[in-house]
Ligand binder design. Structure first.
Ligand code: HEC
Ligand SMILES: [Cu+2]
Length: 360
């Protein structure tokens, strides 16, 4: 008996812990602390439905307990058959109408929010971004600004940014839990959604559709900066110079190795969007745009952005993201060569506006 009690206690403690820990996810990667318009509306709906569900649960439990206590078989009444209510008109109406009303209370605001979030009437005046989902990375192109980048999506705070999303391979799903809803990224039709971050910050994004072995590593970041900083970032990106000569001898050597090892077949060092056709219909680049690689918040979306991690990635991307489309597509690099290329890529820092300046 005692052992059984002990086990229950342990189970109880672990259950409690699980509930507590569920609350301490990564900041800016939780829908429960909304920091943008879409996430706020989703939170309203979460609260409304939770409230109704808890209400239903409580009412059902109260009736259940009352029934258990009041209608127990009592001593001396063993043969008593209680009143039979099968086919009772009043009861049937009550338990049909109440759920319908509850469903309506949930459905009406949900449909309203869905239409609100799909509203693109002011898209022409505001920032638009063509989002391209690829196994296992994200490409972002700003047709109005003629700028493109990958992995880190820069947006101005306090205004809507319209995303036009398409996939180059399989179905992905774009989700930045703390600021937006979730939207499928399909191969044939462009899905549109707007996002809006209230405050500056680095918000974590995830691919939310199983898309292959490295699906869970298909991370990206939304970097929200003030509108002035955003304009500055756009200007800096418009002025990136792919041919610029690096300052150090190591980085220069890296630049030559970059050119000699097929890297250019898949990676652009220029942020100007003129090289590829604007618009979500184009097939997009084969690999991430590296023009501001030194300012990235991560290497390949997942690793801390340092020289060592980058060298590791260049030498063996497969061990970091299984099934990625870079593995085996370039000549094998020695550690020395990978380090020189890392020197080169890390100094590609065209802007002062970076994830750090947004508060990462
Ligand atoms: C066949 C096309 C291809 C070739 C050739 C190629 N890459 Fe890549 N590269 C990719 C793809 C695709 C990814 C995205 C991988 C992922 O995250 O799933 C990538 C990712 C990267 C990243 C991480 C980018 C980021 O945004 O974090 C770096 C850095 C990189 N490649 C450098 C290189 C270098 C240096 C070379 C040459 C030695 C090279 N690549 C050759 C396709 C290629
Ligand atoms: Cu995906």
């Amino acid at each position: 008996m005692k052992g059984w009690m002990g086990k229950t206690k342990v189970l109880f403690v672990f259950t409690l812990l699980a509930f507590l820990l569920a609350g301490c996810g990564i900041e800016n990667l939780t829908a429960l602390e909304p920091k943008g318009y879409g996430a706020d509306r989703a939170m309203d709906l979460i609260l409304l439905t939770t409230l109704i569900m808890v209400g239903v649960f409580v009412v059902v439990m109260v009736i259940y307990v009352i029934t258990l206590v009041r209608f127990r078989r009592k001593k001396g009444q063993e043969d008593h058959i209680p009143e039979q209510v099968e086919g009772n008109h009043k009861l049937e109406v009550i338990w049909t109408v109440i759920p319908i009303i509850l469903v309506l209370i949930i459905a009406v605001p949900t449909v309203l929010v869905t239409f609100d979030l799909a509203d693109d009437s002011s898209a022409d005046e505001l920032t638009n971004v063509n989002v391209k989902g690829n196994q296992y990375w994200w490409h972002f192109e700003y047709p109005g600004e003629e700028v493109q980048t990958s992995q880190d999506l820069y947006i101005p705070t306090g205004e809507r940014v319209y995303l036009h999303m398409l996939s180059s391979d399989v179905i992905h799903s774009f989700w930045v839990p703390s600021i937006s809803g979730k939207m499928d990224v399909n191969t044939e039709n462009v899905n549109t959604m707007y996002i809006e971050a209230y405050e500056e910050g680095v918000y974590w994004g995830k691919c939310a559709e199983l898309c292959g072995p490295s699906h869970s590593l298909m991370d990206f970041k939304v970097i929200a900066v003030s509108p002035e900083e955003y304009d500055q970032w756009v200007e800096d990106m418009q002025n990136t110079d792919a041919e610029a000569e690096p300052e150090t001898a190591e980085a220069q050597e890296g630049q030559e190795l970059f050119e000699a090892n097929n890297c250019m077949n898949c990676h652009a060092i220029d942020a100007a969007a003129s090289g590829i056709e604007a618009g979500p219909e184009n097939n997009g680049p084969i690999g991430p745009n590296l023009s501001n690689f030194g300012d990235r918040s991560r290497v390949a979306g997942v690793l801390e952005p340092d020289h060592e991690n980058l060298t590791d990635w260049l030498m063996d991307p497969e061990s970091i993201k299984p099934g990625n489309h870079m593995t085996g597509q370039y000549p094998e690099l020695s550690e020395e060569e990978a380090e020189r290329i890392a020197d080169y890529l890390m100094q590609l820092q065209p802007s002062e506006i970076t994830p750090e300046s947004a508060g990462e």
